[in-house]
Design a protein around this ligand. Sequence first.
Ligand SMILES: *Cc1c(COP(=O)(O)O)cnc(C)c1O
Length: 421
Amino acid sequence: MNLAERDLAVIWHPYTQMKTALPPIPIIRGEGTCVFDEDGKRYIDAVSSWWVNIHGHSHPYIAKKVADQLLKLEHVIFAGFTHPGAIELAERLLAILPDTQKKAFYSDNGSTAIEVAIKMCLQYWNNKGQQRTKILAFKNAYHGDTFGAMSVSGRSAFTAAFDSLLFEVEFIELPDDNNIDDLKVHISNLKSDLACFIFEPLVQGSAGMIMYEARHLEALMAHCKAEGVLLIDDEVFTGFGRTGKPFACNYVQTQPDIMCFSKGLTGGTMAFGLTTCTQQIYDAFLSDDKMKTLFHGHSYTANPVACAASLASLDLFLDPATQKNIDRIVEKHRAFADRINAHPHIANYRQTGTILALEWETGGNTSYFSNLRDRLYHFFLDKGIILRPLGNIIYILPPYCTTDDELDYIYAAIEEALDTI
Ligand SMILES: *Cc1c(COP(=O)(O)O)cnc(C)c1O
């Protein structure tokens, strides 16, 4: 049996209808922007392996730091014990986050970082003796697949089987010039019930790279802050340069109470989650009453290897060459979008930083399950490019080391798809 056949005999893949799925493509090696299959066929990873990779695959600097850490200390219990990597990572990250962020809580992935944030907010009010249990979120939001994270995400085909079990959330539209005043009134009316407002800043990734303006986010954040509603900034996707600045919240003035990170945190090397919070939230859990403790943790909390990968990724991220690459990609995307926008098959495009999304004109049929999506996906694979359209939306989300030549190759493939499919 080849690798794909052995896989299908024993493995159940994420978001995959196993009855109709084609065999998976076995990848045996990664280098820079590319991954390679058994036969040596090269694929440009234009989606950063589900948005996690920022410095390229199997980066030698991260690999060396991880290997060194493995030989020193692979893991240690994090209750009652600590280790240098966890401390250094918290110190260095808090130093580059908004200065409201004072404490770091580690977990395992983006969804767990969200679970921790939600629990911090709900218990914050509980510890203060106030009944605030409602959470405010955007329609079409995506915050993860565990039950709490799913509850604060928009209801869709992905949540349908569980909808009756998800806790109640107040969903609002994305803000724009027309609805911002109504949204503020709505929030004011609910404020005494609202524990927190959770949002994906500037870009709703899973919803189809839906984007909204920083000034509208600022208006909502400032209003929530004035009304005493805690702000959870989910930077799991947008963190570490994706939007052009280090963090999406760098585009607004009002700063969040809680921030969540994962995806780019380790540079895409391994699973890891981080939730940071203000002194005010942390202090609400300090008590002689044990009931006020944050009773949350995971076996691998603050795993030293994940901390080492994150520290190495942070070194690379803070190298000025990385910001230059980000700026270069932003400019290249802009020029391509300007050029392609006139194409009759393009309904519209949108860009935030290194994320470029092109909406394919479909005359109304925009289903995730549409066959256009599958045709596009395979067209790009044949060309050695990994792009995973979300329905009729083609998005490019490259690692920052992607070269101009690689970007031009990806753009040319998209133009060819527009002309031939
Ligand atoms: C991917 C994602 C998550 C969930 O992270 P996982 O590591 O996949 O659990 C949460 N929030 C946002 C905005 C994401 O894009």
